[in-house]
Design a protein around this ligand. Structure first.
Ligand SMILES: [Cu+2]
Length: 69
């Protein structure tokens, strides 16, 4: 399983509500992971998560997971 950390580009986040949706989606997909959203840069730092699940969760939440930033 792809378990790693890094900064990933997520398109479609426009406000704090979006940022919250994305972090909630990631944390429920991969409990125990660390998530930090940078709304201005449109990036998400994720640590200790299964990135396949994270990608799926972000897309299910209605955002575009655009890979490593
Ligand atoms: Cu929003």
């Amino acid at each position: 399983m792809a378990d790693n950390s890094g900064t990933y580009k997520v398109n479609g986040m426009t406000c704090g509500g979006c940022a919250k949706s994305v972090s909630t989606a990631i944390q429920s997909a991969s409990p125990g992971s660390e998530v930090s959203v940078d709304l201005d840069a449109k990036t998400v730092f994720v640590s200790g998560a299964n990135m396949d699940l994270v990608k799926q969760a972000v897309e299910d939440a209605g955002f575009e997971f655009a890979g490593q930033a």
